[in-house]
Design a binder for this molecule. Structure first.
Ligand code: FAD
Ligand code: NAI
Length: 476
């Protein structure tokens, strides 16, 4: 049997890998993508963490739980009476699974459309070979293929707490957190980062009493302080109990649930007994089973594949992208790197601007930002101007009945160039795009302030915050 040869072999079919495969195919390469994710029936499920146990299912449950909360608490203000409100958790989870499947199927279709050869199984390095690298594919059958260029996009896994391994029954990673079959009466989360807040919100809205234990003394340290403070106020009001500056001790898991020993910020010993525990303390780059050693692929001290700014590894024609390399663990960052690498392989000048990667936390209110925070600018000693505008003064927000939060602009004191835009409030996951475009085009705050924004729209808060940089808001 002749060994199958490809111009590009992508290992991993998450947002980094599948997008890299599509872009490489668009550029005329003969492409294979190897992915080992299995659906409930053991079949392929392209899309990686993002599609299967990350971005997509979490947003499906965030939407469903938000509808439930509106029906229970929000509609009355609009003069809508709801009686007999009940939760069908099985249906909610089945809908989430259906949304995941639509996305899996969508990627399968895109692979066919782009004539990408898809392998279901684990890809591992065998050796450098004539014409590239030999990669073993271990799935239902085993075979070896050769790729001239290899793109490693093997993603990341949830980090476990020492002494509290994930059993996905009582001690849950993001995977188990997305398929709890009955609403837990009491739920704890360790880590008040992005997953802690999103998953904590889902289960609180559905009726759990939620406590989040966070080691750091500051809430959302990477977020602009003013925005984080505003968000914390809203979460406190909702009853999401967030304990900062804690030290987590022994965790015991048994038939009755989980018992967590912890020390609060004042140094007082506490015990928290809950039905379920979600551990969301960050993620670790995944190179399990890749056999990086077989070819001498270098990893850094965190276990991430070492790459330069262009995603080149220490080996010729071996590239790595997404969560398995440095930088933020975000799907859109992985995708941009995938596109850039495919273009670099084609001799083009693929580029990722790390300064304009947006972040969104899909809680309610949503939190979104791009660029530098006020505390970063202060630490740098950069002269800046700040402008804020509250949603309370925005007509559309009032009509929606959703006036929490604000938009904040930070611009260079001398040139007025936008350095950062920070938002907390309704639908800011969508509003942030305007700020990303503006920063990509090196716009000034005044550029945004002079652009016509539709009325009434939430985007007027963006325009007004830009006007606020020059102390000339019109509606506040
Ligand atoms: P992954 O998506 O992890 O894909 C890697 C793939 O490679 C997997 O399918 C894996 O099975 C496969 N693989 C690994 N090793 C091998 C091997 N040796 N052979 C074959 N296949 C292999 N990001 C956002 O931008 N927005 C969000 O809203 C968001 N929400 C999230 C919610 C949760 C609960 C979690 C956990 C993450 C979320 N993320 C979000 C982060 C996002 O999911 C990741 O940044 C993104 O999936 C990284 O993409 P990737 O392609 O690098 O890796
Ligand atoms: P995270 O890095 O966002 O937050 C982890 C939190 O856990 C931090 O606040 C950290 O201080 C805390 N922590 C660490 N060790 C601890 C300990 N021993 N005890 C108590 N607290 C501890 O990580 P998270 O939430 O697990 O998410 C992983 C990544 O997935 C995110 O960083 C993000 O890149 C991605 N993600 C993105 C989403 C989005 O874009 N909306 C949604 C969910 C995840």
């Amino acid at each position: 049997m002749t060994t199958k040869q490809f111009d590009v072999v992508v290992i991993g079919g998450g947002p980094g890998g599948y997008i890299a495969a599509i872009r490489a195919a668009q550029l005329g390469f003969n492409v294979a993508c190897i992915d080992e994710w299995k659906n409930a029936k053991g079949g392929p499920a392209l899309g990686g963490t993002c599609t299967n146990v990350g971005c997509i299912p979490s947003k499906a449950l965030l939407q469903s739980s938000e509808h439930f909360e509106h029906a229970g608490h929000g509609f009355a203000d609009h003069g809508i009476k709801v009686s007999g409100l009940a939760l069908d958790i099985d249906k909610m989870l089945a809908r989430k699974d259906q949304v995941v499947k639509q996305n899996n199927d969508g990627i399968t279709y895109l692979f066919k459309k782009n004539k990408i050869t898809s392998f279901h199984g684990r890809g591992s390095f065998v050796k450098a070979a004539e014409g590239g690298y030999e990669i073993k594919v271990a799935g239902a059958a085993e075979e070896t293929i050769v790729g001239k260029h290899i793109i490693v996009a093997t993603g990341s896994n949830a980090r476990a707490l020492p002494g509290a391994a994930f059993d996905e029954e009582n001690i849950l990673s993001n995977d188990g957190a997305l398929r709890i079959g009955a609403v837990p009466k009491k739920l704890a989360l360790i880590g008040s980062g992005v997953i802690g807040l999103e998953m904590g919100s889902v289960w609180r809205r559905l009726g759990s009493e939620v406590t989040v234990l966070e080691a750091l003394p500051t809430f959302l340290g990477a977020v602009d302080e003013q925005i984080a403070k505003e968000a914390k106020k809203a979460f406190d009001k909702q009853g999401l109990k967030i304990e900062l500056g804690v030290k987590v001790g022994e965790i015991k898991s048994g038939k009755k649930g989980v018992s967590i020993a912890w020390t609060n910020a004042k140094g007082e010993a506490q015990v928290l007994d809950v039905d379920k525990l979600i551990v969301s303390i960050g993620r670790v780059p995944n190179t399990i089973g890749l056999a990086a050693d077989a070819v001498g692929l270098a990893l850094d001290e965190r276990g991430a594949i070492t790459v330069d700014g262009d995603c080149k590894t220490n080996l010729p024609n071996v590239w790595a992208i997404g969560d398995v390399v440095r930088g933020p663990m975000l799907a859109h960052k992985a995708e941009e790197e995938g596109v850039a690498v495919a273009e670099r392989i084609a001799g083009q000048h693929g580029h990722v601007n790390f300064n304009t990667i947006p972040w969104v936390i899909y809680t309610h209110p949503e939190i979104a930002w791009v660029g530098q925070t006020e505390q970063q600018l202060k630490a740098e000693g950069r002269a800046y101007k700040a402008g804020t505008f509250p949603f309370l003064a925005n007509g559309r927000a009032r009509a929606l009945g959703d006036t929490t939060g604000m938009v904040k602009f930070l611009a260079d004191a001398a040139t007025d160039e936008i350095l950062g835009v920070h938002m907390v409030g309704p639908q800011v996951s969508e509003l942030i795009s305007e700020a990303v475009v503006a920063m990509e085009f090196k716009a000034s705050a005044e550029d945004i302030a002079r652009i016509c924004h539709a009325h009434p729209s939430l985007s007027e808060a963006t325009k007004e915050a830009a006007l606020a940089v020059d102390k000339r808001t019109l509606n506040f």
